[in-house]
Every structure is written in structure tokens, then in C-alpha cells.
Write a protein that binds this ligand. Sequence first.
Ligand SMILES: NC(=O)c1ccc[n+]([C@@H]2O[C@H](COP(=O)([O-])OP(=O)(O)OC[C@H]3O[C@@H](n4cnc5c(N)ncnc54)[C@H](O)[C@@H]3O)[C@@H](O)[C@H]2O)c1
Length: 252
Amino acid sequence: MSEFDGKSVIITGGGGHGGRALARLFAEAGAKVAAFDISEASLAGFHADMASKTAATLGIACDLRDWDQLQASADRVATAFGGIDILINTATARTNPVWKGIEDCSHAELTELMEVGPNGTLGAMRAVLPYMKGKGGKIINFGSGSGRNPAPGLGAYGMSKAAVHSLTKLAAREWSKYRINVNGILPFMMTPTMAQSLRDDPHALDPFLPPLNWIGDAERDIGQVVLFLASSASDYITGQNLPVDGGTDMMF
Ligand SMILES: NC(=O)c1ccc[n+]([C@@H]2O[C@H](COP(=O)([O-])OP(=O)(O)OC[C@H]3O[C@@H](n4cnc5c(N)ncnc54)[C@H](O)[C@@H]3O)[C@@H](O)[C@H]2O)c1
């Protein structure tokens, strides 16, 4: 028996790498898990993972840039699961202009980063708010070290994440009256792309190794901290943007 038994969790970007890892952890802990994702392929991955779980699950095709879709999706989850207790925002724009300087990033690329990042995160938070008001809730937003320590070439992405960090702190203050804790995770975790580079060259990621000398695993290293922030053990923590990055944050 875990405290997540029967709890209702929404994960935006729930078909992505980190989102799927979290969905597995929460489903194993007994929670009912809904994934919002724009990509049918990502949602198919979520459904494949959930097939072996006993918990109730829901994969919803939803574009975070459309707040009406977000509200309708949240309403659907609340009806199916009997409420909403936890929101985890992991979605990130598919057109992330990686390694493009701010002089080269197009307006369309920047707009998508902002629309899916801070705007989509706020849209999801607003959509669940009616269901958390009165009984409380937990919101966890995925930020990034590049939103704290500007990284040349990742400027537009960093701008969008810095806005997410600010939103996290602001909402923690404004929504404390509703007993909603809002915190952020700034992860460093292995992705399928990074794993492929390592298969091609075992030393490819050496320059990026943090002080702890390994790249985090989405379930073991990041997911356990998200579980903590979603649990009653963190009831006295709010408005924190926590690097979970093997110490990378200290290097800048
Ligand atoms: N991997 C790292 O080291 C690292 C570092 C810092 C921050 N992060 C952050 O961690 C989070 C999770 O990363 P990930 O590797 O799981 O990402 P991912 O790319 O695997 O997943 C993101 C998901 O968001 C979905 N998405 C994109 N646009 C959307 C939209 N408009 N509406 C709904 N869904 C949409 C995608 O379809 C995808 O499934 C992201 O916010 C990322 O920025 C990761």
C-alpha cells in the first residue's frame, strides 16, 4: 500500500522519455496515470508501457499550445479518475533549436518553445486548478540548468526554461492559499539520443559528465525525486527549482 494508491496524476509530455519513466513509477505505486502528448507515436509508447500495469491509465492526444484542449483533457481525466491530485509538466517543444545562437533562432522556433514551455505549463496548471482548489495538490515542472546558467547555443531553450522556473516560484506563492505545492526539477538524464551516441562512441559524453560522473537515469535518479515532491514527505517544500543533475549546476 503506497500513499499514491488511487491518486490521480497527469503527466504532460507523458509519451516522452522522461514522461514515460514517471508514468511507469506512478502506475507501479498504484496511481491512476494520464499522459497528455501531441505525438501519436509517443502515446503509443505510453500505452505499451502501461499494458502490464494494473492501475487505470489514460493517454490523451492534446496540444499544450491550445488551452481549450488542455481544459477539455483535464476535465476528461477528472471525470474518469474522480479528480486530479498531481500534475507533472515534462513536455518540451519538438523543434527545440539545439545549438543555435540567438542571432540564428527563428521567430517560429522561439514561439514554439515559449508556447509549449512556459505557456503550455501555465495552461496545464490552470486546467487542473479547479480540481485542486479546496483539497490541495502537487505540481512539478521540468526546468533546465540552461535556464539558470545560460548556455551559448541553447539560448532560446534556456529562455523558455527560465520562464518556467519563474512561473514555478510565482505559482508557489499565489497558490499556497489553495494548499498547492509547486516545485521544479532541473534534470540531467540519459535520453535515447545520448544512449545512441554512447553506443557509437563510449567516450562521446565524457565532456558532459557531472561531478558524480554518470548521467542520470530517468526512473532511478530523476523519478524518485519527482515521487518525493509529489508525496506528503515534501509538504513543507514549495517554490524550489531543484537541480537533479549529478552536481552539474556547481560547474557553472
Ligand atoms: N535530458 C536532459 O538531460 C534534460 C535536461 C534538462 C531538462 N530536461 C527537460 O526534461 C523534460 C523531459 O525531457 P524528455 O527527454 O523526456 O523529453 P522528450 O522530448 O522525450 O519528451 C517530450 C514530449 O513532449 C511532447 N510534446 C511536444 N510538444 C508538445 C505539445 N505541443 N503538446 C503536447 N505534447 C508535446 C513530445 O511529443 C514528447 O513526447 C523536458 O522538459 C526537457 O526539457 C531534460
